[in-house]
Design a binder for this molecule. Structure first.
Ligand SMILES: [Zn+2]
Length: 118
């Protein structure tokens, strides 16, 4: 079994390292596609999580707790549910290291500009 590395997940709002960072194996979707839940808590913005199924996550969700319900947030008053990642914008998904942190960054071009409130 491969060595489990530290999650590349950071706070999508302020890019701080997350406290209580955890990687929770959720079994296998198929025999060769391990499924992981990555979660962590920003002291200012709360819990975030994302799912990793052999590729970087497409979206990062604010949640009440790891495995909990999604927290809605607003950007300039408009409701939003997730932060799309750079990986989400890949036109032709290639085989990459799912832990490559470059793909975990938020693609702000996909979100409206403005103040984020929870
Ligand atoms: Zn934060």
């Amino acid at each position: 079994m491969a060595l489990r590395r530290r999650t590349p997940l950071r706070c999508p709002v302020c890019n701080n390292e997350l406290e209580n960072a955890q990687v929770i194996p959720l079994g296998a979707v198929t025999a060769d596609l391990p499924w992981e839940l990555h979660a962590g808590r920003c002291s200012e913005h709360g819990w975030f999580q994302c799912e990793v199924i052999s590729r970087p996550p497409r979206e990062i969700f604010p949640v009440s707790r790891p495995g909990g319900t999604t927290r809605t947030f607003t950007i300039n008053g408009v409701a939003a549910y997730a932060f799309p990642t750079i990986w989400n914008s890949e036109v032709t998904p290639r085989r990459v290291d799912p832990y490559d942190e470059r793909y975990w960054e938020v693609d702000w071009s996909k979100l409206p500009e403005g103040t984020i409130s929870f």
